[in-house]
Design a protein around this ligand. Structure first.
Ligand code: EPZ
Length: 418
């Protein structure tokens, strides 16, 4: 397994190109199932999860090709409607094929995703919504088996704000007979991007990005010639944290700052400076960071996917920061590893208290999940001495060429193939 060796203490300077959003790419790739024919998508990042999704679609008979950021998917030849456990266990977002398969073919057999490092992450709300739309659902040896002649519109209240639940049910509704209302829907920019993609295929969707989304079903959707997805707001936020912790000066190109209002306001409070320039968003880290509290909540609040990176910054801030994680029940796996680097963190349930220390020291540490691994990179870029981050396949799932981008702005980092 590959590992990263980072020698910290450098002030990173230069330009970083932000890639397309992983969490927009995955649902938008599955939306190609809904429109028979060849769809093409641009700014698709070259990530492990994207490759896994490509394999999943190919296994179902679609033809998939990827080259330099553009993905082409021809769903006309699809002849299998199953997402096997072997693939789903490596990427829970595979569950996003469930509703497009039922909507287009009236059937699907998808492995239940099982738990993951950060929490139980059930899909009960995806299934509740699909049932309300008339699908017959049964669970059999770890698989969801869904069948219907044709889905029909329904009013669905989501008890918990769920991003992929909203996305899945939106994809179920676009080909249903009648109108569907999704209440308490997720408002993430990735939900809006999926809706815009579906609308370009001919879907009728109102309110994406709000808590109530109304979808009027149509009989058929048309494949897309070229749809460019949004940039990755969490990669953007991660590089903001890197500029913040290293006292660096980075220009983030091709990003959409408006997708990160809450995170940017919080970073500003810690002393990070932002300047819009013609080349992109300039982010300047202060000499000393000020400790601030954070609570993760659904969009447009502070994103849970930025919690670990923000915590890494707070380990060397002046004062004590209290971080409340309200979305996932086990998203503090990075804490033990940060403490190995000298951080002073105590946990009480979903709350962590981080007392700023003078400095972090490099150490061998282990990545446990995608954003935990990002937080170890953030901390290692500040730590004195050498940090070796093991199991960086977690990082490769969601960050495109992270080590190359960091090297370009002066980081002392190397990837060791293992
Ligand atoms: C999406 O996961 C993202 N993944 C996650 O990003 C992100 O952390 C999460 O949304 C929250 O923003 C993708 O978009 C591919 P949820 P998702 O359903 O949709 C509970 C990353 O780092 N819930 O919004 O799986 C669930 O347990 C990844 O890029 C139910 O109870 O998350 C959680 O507590 C990690 N029943 C809460 O809702 C359901 O049926 C939010 O989960 C569905 C969810």
């Amino acid at each position: 397994m590959d590992k990263l060796i980072i020698r910290g203490g450098k002030q990173l300077k230069g330009e970083v190109s932000i890639s397309g959003a992983k969490n927009a790419a995955l649902p938008i790739m599955t939306s190609s199932i809904l429109a028979s024919g060849r769809s093409a998508f641009a700014r698709i990042p070259d990530l492990m999860d994207v490759r896994t999704m490509g394999r999943l679609l190919s296994n179902m008979g679609a033809s998939y090709s990827y080259n330099e950021g553009s993905a082409t998917i021809d769903s006309a030849s699809m002849n299998k409607f199953e997402a096997p456990y072997e693939l789903v266990k490596t990427m829970r977002a595979s569950v996003l094929v469930l509703c497009p398969l039922v909507a287009r073919f009236g059937r699907a057999k998808v492995s239940l995703p099982g738990g993951c490092a950060i929490g139980a992450r059930p899909i009960n709300l995806h299934l509740m919504g699909l049932e309300k739309m008339g699908a017959k659902i049964r669970l059999e040896s770890g698989y969801v088996i869904a069948k219907t002649s044709r889905l029909k519109g329904a009013s669905i209240y989501l008890d918990t704000v769920t991003v992929t639940g909203t996305e899945n049910l939106m994809m179920a509704a676009v080909l249903a007979k009648g109108t569907t209302i999704l209440e308490n829907a997720a408002r993430e920019p990735e939900v809006i991007d999926l809706a815009n993609c579906l609308i370009s295929m001919g879907a009728r969707i109102n309110g994406a990005g709000e808590s109530v989304i109304e979808i009027e079903g149509v009989d058929e959707l048309k494949p897309l010639k070229n749809y460019a997805i949004i940039p990755d707001r969490i990669e953007t936020g991660t590089f903001m944290s890197i500029a913040g912790i290293t006292g660096g000066d980075l220009v983030l190109k091709d990003c959409r700052p408006e997708h990160l209002d809450a995170a940017m306001m919080k970073l500003k409070d810690t002393g990070v400076i932002f300047k819009e320039t013609k080349r992109g968003l300039r982010v300047i880290g202060p000499k000393n960071l000020i400790a601030k509290d954070v609570k993760t909540i659904p969009y447009p609040g502070f994103p849970t996917d930025m919690q670990a990176q923000f915590m890494a910054m707070m380990t060397i801030a002046k004062g004590t920061s209290v971080i409340k994680e309200t979305i996932f029940e086990n998203r503090f796996m990075h804490v033990a590893e940060l403490k190995r680097m000298g951080a002073d963190i105590s946990i009480d349930g979903g709350t962590a208290a981080i007392k700023g220390v003078e400095k972090l020291r490099g150490a061998p540490v282990m990545a446990t999940d995608l954003r935990a691994s990002a937080s170890l990179v953030v901390a290692a870029l500040r730590a004195e001495g050498e940090t070796v981050i093991h199991r960086i396949y977690h990082l490769d799932r969601g960050y495109e060429k992270m080590d190359e981008k960091l090297k370009k702005v002066g980081a002392d980092i190397e990837r060791v193939k293992g």
